[in-house]
Design a protein around this ligand. Sequence first.
Ligand SMILES: NC(=O)c1ccc[n+]([C@@H]2O[C@H](COP(=O)([O-])OP(=O)(O)OC[C@H]3O[C@@H](n4cnc5c(N)ncnc54)[C@H](OP(=O)(O)O)[C@@H]3O)[C@@H](O)[C@H]2O)c1
Length: 297
Amino acid sequence: MWFFGSKGPSGFSSSSTAEEVTQGIDGSALTAIVTGASSGIGEETTRVLALRGVHVVMAVRNVDAGRNDKEAILKEIPGAKIDVMALDLSSMASIRKFASQYQSSNLPLNLLINNAGVVTPFMLSHDGIELHFATNYLGPFLLTDLLLETMKKTARESNIEGRIVNVSSIGHRLTYSEGIRFDKINDESGYYSWYAYGQSKLANILHAKELSRRLKEDGVEITANSLHPGGILTNILRHDHCMNGNPFEFTCIQTLTLESKNTYTFPQSRLLSFDWKIFPQKYSTGILVFTNCCEIH
Ligand SMILES: NC(=O)c1ccc[n+]([C@@H]2O[C@H](COP(=O)([O-])OP(=O)(O)OC[C@H]3O[C@@H](n4cnc5c(N)ncnc54)[C@H](OP(=O)(O)O)[C@@H]3O)[C@@H](O)[C@H]2O)c1
């Protein structure tokens, strides 16, 4: 248990910024994909990776928004290496197209940051799957699987350990009583959007955990971690009831977010999803969820 503002074993705390955490890291030999890079945590992740010299591929469903963000970053960091590619994680066809285009580009891949996520009322994806489960879990799972050979090749040839980061959430603790309702994923009866979000985020963690175990077993130089970035005021609640004028729920959420000591205003926090890269040394357990830059389980 780490107290607000106190430093964990990493030497960083909940108030550390992404720039502070990456200070002194030369990422110029690295190539990263950041999903959901045109908003919130993904946008800041992209900016700071680019600041450290990483070649970042912004994988976004709104390509115009991605291009605008790229231009803004280039104004701040004129030498930034950034590409924008279309990716809709709620569509398996889009994911396959993205992966195939990425492979055709012959770019290496050191870091895959599965950041994109939604909080939404009940909806089905393009493939007829409940939208949280499709976007937050199945999409990143498929994307990771399709890009894994490229990552393995990069790790082998560059001799640099690859990283896969699933941006999960403390919300993984708030889920259905069964945990993941495998036999009722698309069932609208008994559906509650925060539980559906929670089960998708729990699946993110299990994915990273099992993937990491398999990679280690196979002797592959890639680590998969999952993390909770902290509570940050981004666009994540845009589809929630509070945005549809339900004043009671809005008040509840405000109380939860603004008064929680682990909550940060955006961009004041300057974002905490950088937990993964504060370990330039080999970090072999790979089965981690971080909050406030600390390992919690
Ligand atoms: N903010 C928090 O307090 C908090 C706490 C815990 C965990 N998280 C997690 O952090 C991650 C980033 O969230 P955020 O807070 O930065 O929210 P955000 O500002 O809403 O960003 C989410 C990003 O995901 C993208 N996205 C959504 N659906 C997509 C799809 N089908 N295909 C591709 N991209 C898609 C969005 O694209 P569009 O802009 O096109 O919609 C957006 O760029 C999420 O996984 C979230 O669950 C956030």
